[in-house]
Design a protein around this ligand. Structure first.
Ligand SMILES: NC(=O)c1ccc[n+]([C@@H]2O[C@H](COP(=O)([O-])OP(=O)(O)OC[C@H]3O[C@@H](n4cnc5c(N)ncnc54)[C@H](OP(=O)(O)O)[C@@H]3O)[C@@H](O)[C@H]2O)c1
Length: 204
């Protein structure tokens, strides 16, 4: 398959791109600093990017920013970052794709475990993750012509935990996490939240 990976130079996106290439897929590695560039915070940038790539079998988005911090200290601007980037950025990756891409496309977005297992200082990003999971559930009901949309909910990644100075031991590597994206790609599911094996929420 021909797959555009947005955020392909990041911790998750790099591992997803490698796994897909190892599986024999063609990967268009994309970010704000690639050619063509894409900035998901800007609907115009998404549009220009899609007009250049024209048609792909799947778009995987492992990009999008959101703010962390205790609720009493979070500013309006910090909430807006998550809403404009990680939430509406990824929603617009789907919306603009449906308008512009020529063939049926699978859209795989990224949320995160904080939607179901928040910890203190995560209200803004937890809200965004939950919004993405509800978005795909409902959006799938409106899709036609074999278009699909789902979201992968990664836990904290081992490499990221290390960078944050947290204990990396409980968490999966980016390469294990990439398997969840492959599962989303290879299944025929739509509207679902897909978890890394062994990191499903209690009761799912
Ligand atoms: N790492 C974790 O533990 C973890 C856990 C759960 C969920 N997540 C979510 O997974 C996603 C990726 O996380 P990550 O840790 O892999 O991030 P990362 O290492 O910081 O990499 C981010 C990637 O996205 C690109 N990017 C950033 N802003 C962008 C924008 N506005 N438009 C297009 N591309 C953009 C970056 O490249 P450029 O700078 O070149 O654009 C880079 O390729 C995030 O949404 C994060 O919330 C991460």
């Amino acid at each position: 398959m021909n797959i555009a990976v947005i955020g392909a130079t990041g911790t998750i996106g790099r591992a997803v791109s490698k796994l897909l290439r190892d599986e024999g897929h063609q990967v268009i590695k994309s970010s704000r600093n690639t050619n063509p560039p894409i900035n998901i915070d800007s609907p115009d940038s998404i549009e220009q990017y899609y007009r250049q790539i024209n048609s792909v079998d799947a778009v995987i988005c492992a990009a999008g920013n959101a703010s962390f911090g205790p609720l009493p200290q979070l500013s309006d601007k910090q909430f807006e970052i998550g809403l404009n980037s990680k939430l509406m950025g990824q929603v617009n990756v789907v919306r603009r794709g449906l308008e512009i891409l020529e063939d049926p496309t699978t859209y795989i977005l990224t949320s995160g475990m904080l939607s179901h297992s928040p910890w203190p200082g995560t209200s803004a990003v937890s809200m965004v993750n939950a919004g993405l999971e509800s978005f795909v559930k409902a959006a799938a009901l409106d899709l036609e012509d074999e278009n699909r949309v789902c979201v992968v909910s990664p836990p904290l990644i081992k490499e990221t935990a290390r960078k944050m100075g947290r204990d990396p031991d409980p968490w999966p590597t980016a390469s294990k996490t990439a398997q969840a994206y492959l599962k989303a790609l290879e299944s025929d599911t739509s509207g679902t939240t897909i978890y890394v094996e062994g990191y499903e929420p209690d009761g799912s």
